[in-house]
Each structure stands twice: as structure tokens, then as C-alpha cells.
Design a protein around this ligand. Structure first.
Ligand SMILES: [Zn+2]
Length: 270
């Protein structure tokens, strides 16, 4: 029998906050200490579990995109030697070199958006800088924004792996996608987590389910043009904001903390 994913390509975005047994440091987000080191190790394991399951089902190519912070976090030696790895920072846009030849994107280690009660390490790009990102009047997070970039290349979202709150948000935005819950937040920096290795087994099973249902997977599209509203935490950041609208004019300042404007496309956000 021909394998389900024969010849197919997948791209896995990997952040670090959403993985099992990661809660960061109070007042400091994920930080750079013991929790950061564990997060990098567990993000490696979770991404690799997905990649191994994809290869077992016949996938031809799997790209793992290391995208937390500076983009250099994972333990590359421990990844399946067949994967390609996107790493580092300084490039534009999201999902570098993604194109129509890919059958799906996956999110591992992502987190709930800023302004989520009990979302573990919930934030949108920076917990120090932003109160929210509203697109077309709705607060959205990093998963939705990355999914919208994938949709520009007609690539659907097939799997999301994160904490309970982030998965609630993913199910609302991508009801077709398979999901795995890694932990349930008790506060911004505490959770009851599944065991790190048990989560990897769940990821393999979820990849199997996603493969069976690949035809049902959809793209998450944002309209173009697009209304963008960004609320900062600090007034001086709102005054420094240099986003421009579709006519090249600076975004309007709707109050001391908030900027708003119409962009041609989500691509113009980065
Ligand atoms: Zn991160």
C-alpha cells in the first residue's frame, strides 16, 4: 500500500514557550536559565516527534523552523538527520522559503496571545512591548499571523501543539487542524503539565490523524487590504511606532497607547 504522505513536504514552526514542562521565570518570560535550556531540549524533542512521524508516513521533506528569540535554540544534533532546519534571525517575513509545494504547516511550542488569562507565558511577539494586535477588529496571536503567512502560499495549518489556552485559540481559528495539549496554565508562570515524553507520543498520534484528514485541512486567510490595530504597553513605544499604511502614511494614533491603519497585506507587518 502506498504511504499516506508519499512525496509530500511539511514545514514545522517551533517556538519554545508552549512545550511540556515549561513555565519560564516570574517577571522574565522564558528567560535564559534552566527553564530556557529545558524548553530548547523539549522543543527539539517535540519537533522531532512530528518529523519522525511525518517521515514514517512517507513525507519527502520536513523543514523545522527554529523561531524563538534569535532563532538559535534547538539541539540540532538530536533531530532526525533527514530534516532541513531554518534558523537564525535578520530575514524578512515568516516561514522563509515556504512555497506552494508544501502540503501543510505545523505549530509546536507556540503560546496563547497576550491578554489571555492563565495562558502560560502568553504574549504577542513581546510581553514587554505589546498589549494586543488586532487584525480586522479581532485580537490575534502569533499562530494566526504565521498561519496567514502560510496561506499566502496556499499552505494549510494541519497541527498545533501547545498549552490549553493556546489550543482553545487555535481551535477557534483553525477548527480543522489536529491539536495536542501539552499543559494547563495555572498562571502566567505555572502549569500542570503532561510528561514531556508522553507529549511526544501524543504528537506522533496526532500527525497520523492529520495525515488521514489532510484533504480537510484549510488555509487561514486574512483579508487584503487589512485593518491593523496595535496597542503598546508604553506610550513612548506608541509614539515611536513607524508602521505605514497602504498609502505610505504613518498609522493613526487613536489614543496614547494605540496605533491603527490599513495595510495592503499581512506581509507588510514585518
Ligand atoms: Zn518564543
Amino acid at each position: 500500500m502506498e504511504k499516506l504522505l508519499k512525496g509530500k513536504k511539511f514545514y514545522i514552526g517551533v517556538d519554545c514557550e508552549g512545550v511540556a514542562c515549561v513555565v519560564g521565570e516570574p517577571g522574565n518570560g522564558l528567560g535564559a536559565g534552566e527553564q530556557y535550556r529545558f524548553a530548547a531540549k523539549q522543543a527539539t524533542r517535540e519537533a522531532n516527534a512530528a518529523a519522525e512521524a511525518l517521515f514514517e508516513l512517507g513525507a519527502e521533506q520536513v523543514v523545522i523552523w527554529d523561531n524563538h528569540g534569535t532563532g538559535c535554540n534547538l539541539d540540532y544534533d538530536l533531530l532526525d538527520s533527514r530534516v532541513h532546519i531554518t534558523l537564525g534571525s535578520g530575514h524578512r517575513g515568516r516561514f522563509p522559503l515556504l512555497d506552494q509545494s508544501f502540503a501543510g504547516v505545523m505549530f509546536i511550542g507556540y503560546h496563547a496571545r497576550e491578554n489571555t488569562v492563565n495562558g502560560v507565558l502568553a504574549h504577542t511577539y513581546s510581553s514587554k512591548a505589546y498589549q494586543y494586535f488586532k487584525l480586522e477588529g479581532r485580537e490575534l496571536g502569533e499562530m494566526e499571523i504565521d498561519a496567514a503567512f502560510a496561506a499566502l502560499k496556499d499552505v494549510p495549518v494541519v497541527l498545533c501543539v501547545s498549552d490549553y489556552c493556546a489550543i482553545e485559540q487555535a481551535r477557534e481559528s483553525f477548527p480543522w487542524a489536529e491539536t495536542v495539549i501539552t499543559k494547563k496554565g495555572l498562571s502566567w508562570t505555572s502549569a500542570v503539565s503532561k510528561h514531556p515524553l508522553a507529549v511526544c507520543e501524543e504528537i506522533k498520534a496526532a500527525v497520523g490523524r492529520a495525515a488521514e484528514r489532510l484533504q480537510e485541512m484549510e488555509c487561514y486567510r486574512l483579508p487584503s487590504p487589512l485593518e491593523v490595530e496595535i496597542r503598546y504597553k508604553r506610550m513612548e513605544d506608541a509614539s515611536r511606532d513607524n508602521l505605514v499604511d497602504q498609502n505610505g502614511k504613518p498609522f493613526a494614533r487613536t489614543d496614547a497607547f494605540t496605533r491603527k491603519g490599513i495595510m495592503d497585506s499581512i506581509e507588510d507587518l514585518f
